[in-house]
Design a protein around this ligand. Structure first.
Ligand SMILES: *Cc1c(COP(=O)(O)O)cnc(C)c1O
Length: 467
């Protein structure tokens, strides 16, 4: 027969709280954890010693603290890492953010007239300039932009959206184009095959039900071999003849020549065969080739805050902004402030100097190697082998999947610690530090580590192996 634990053996919540001391978490959150543990002890068959209970609670509080949103050091070599918050923002962007956040602002006030003004009028204007479109607007993310566009064009009697079978893709986080279409009230009209779609496939599918033609940039994978698809200009011409809107979902939204961007870092490459950085189509190119609207993310290769940018024909952009649904997708003032400064950087020229993802992508390998050597020198005498390695950094965020950016890694092998345990300690460090395992080493790719973080990297490694 089971015997219930003696209730007297269960420590009181008050006693546990006192023994825990300060925890750097809100009191109510700590209390909830302690109460949950005490409650589970009441159901347990036997009660562990007080110190063991305290240890369990401390571990639970550690995990809770770790789950708070916080800065991390990205040693993965993936520039736009969706799990790590995609694009970090530059100093001037953060300054604008702080200034706008801490004060009232002219979000919906026209200071010239003193009347109610439109949100983001300046940003709509600069985005249109950047994209070479007649007009532009912003919503919460590119998925929202696509939903807004689909809803707008399929809200009438015509429901069908024509799309190639080669573009029915899934983007990270369970975002599937066919499901988005369905959720937006559109009817999917697939044309062509997975590997080949022709212009006549599009032409044959157009009928009385057709609402629009959608092209989705294959941003996160590539097709090779026996493949064909009509050029966007051909589809655009067909759409114009049939008086149908033609929209391209570009995803990444690079507005710089990506193939030139990395020329700076490439010399000194000593990794195996590399695919040089491909050209990522820009929103301006897409509009020039005849798309009526283009949409893309703010926090992928544009390097700004999370946002979905729509650019193209003024009449269509204005109609989208009149959609009741637009109100539900509109951006917060902080996003608008951050994006405004980001776009200003582009219009000023030289975005490579001020947009962190572009600056990181371009850092010469010589510089990375010098930093790696400094870090390794600072680790001398610790129970750990450290060496310089060759890295293969990536753009990530579902963009330029083939391209590898040659890079430099710090390769670490602790002497008294399993590699997985070492990685776990680095993840639990302050700030949490993330690398990857390869060749029996834990590797930190310096392409995605900011030079200002090098000292912290050294301290974090030191602490992880010293315990
Ligand atoms: C990333 C991506 C999206 C989604 O963008 P979010 O800003 O994350 O919503 C949509 N379409 C394509 C082609 C993408 O690459």
């Amino acid at each position: 027969m089971k015997t219930a634990p003696s209730l007297r053996a269960i420590p009181s919540v008050e006693k546990l709280l006192r023994a825990l001391g300060p925890t750097a978490l809100p009191r109510a959150a700590v209390l909830a954890v302690v109460r949950r543990h005490v409650a589970s002890l009441r159901r347990a068959e036997d009660v562990p010693a007080f110190d063991a209970v305290l240890g369990l609670i401390r571990a639970a509080l550690d995990d809770l603290r770790l789950s708070r949103l916080q800065p991390v050091i990205n040693g993965t070599g993936i520039l736009v890492h969706t799990n790590l918050g995609r694009a970090p923002l530059g100093a001037a962007v953060v300054e604008t953010l702080a200034a706008v956040a801490a004060s009232y602002n002219n979000l919906e006030l026209d200071l010239a007239t003193g009347e109610r003004g439109s949100r983001a009028a300046y940003l709509d204007h600069t985005l249109a300039l950047l994209c070479g479109g007649e007009a532009a607007t912003i919503v919460n993310n590119c998925a929202a932009a696509l939903v807004l566009i689909l809803r707008h064009f399929t809200c009438g009697a015509r429901k069908e959206v024509i799309i190639s079978r080669g573009e029915l893709i899934q983007i990270g986080g369970g975002f599937r184009i066919p499901e988005i279409l369905e959720a937006s009230g559109a009817t999917l009209r697939e044309v062509g095959t997975t590997n080949r779609t022709t212009l006549s496939d599009y032409a044959k599918a157009i009928g009385r039900q057709t609402a629009m033609i959608l092209r989705v940039h294959r941003s996160n994978f590539f097709l090779g071999g026996f493949v064909a698809s009509p050029g966007p200009a051909e589809i655009a011409a067909l759409a114009r003849r049939k008086r149908l809107p033609f929209v391209e979902d570009l995803g990444s939204g690079a507005t710089v020549a990506t193939e030139k961007l990395l020329a700076a870092s490439a010399p000194g490459a000593q990794t195996g065969p590399l695919v040089p950085l491909e050209h990522e189509p820009t929103p301006a190119e897409v509009l020039k080739r005849g798309a009526d609207l283009v949409c893309f993310s703010g926090d992928k290769l544009l390097g700004g805050p999370q946002a979905g940018i729509i650019a193209g024909r003024a009449k269509l952009v204005a109609a989208l902004k009149r959609e009741p649904f637009f109100r539900a997708l509109r951006c917060d003032k902080l996003i608008l402030a951050a994006l405004q400064t980001t776009v200003d950087h582009y219009l000023d020229g030289a975005p490579e100097d001020s947009i962190p993802v572009l600056a990181l992508a371009r850092a010469p390998n010589g510089e990375l190697r010098a930093r790696a050597e400094r870090i390794i020198a600072a680790l001398a005498g610790l129970p750990l082998q450290a060496g310089v390695g060759a890295g293969r950094a990536q753009v990530g965020g579902g963009t330029l999947p083939r391209s590898v950016i040659p890079s430099v890694t710090v390769d670490l092998l602790p002497e008294r610690l399993a590699l997985e345990d070492f990685a776990a300690r680095l993840r639990r460090a302050t700030p949490p530090t993330l690398g990857y395992l390869g060749g029996g080493r834990l590797k930190l790719d310096l392409r995605t580590v900011f030079p200002r973080q090098d000292e912290r990297v050294i301290a974090v490694i030191r602490q992880a192996v010293a315990r």
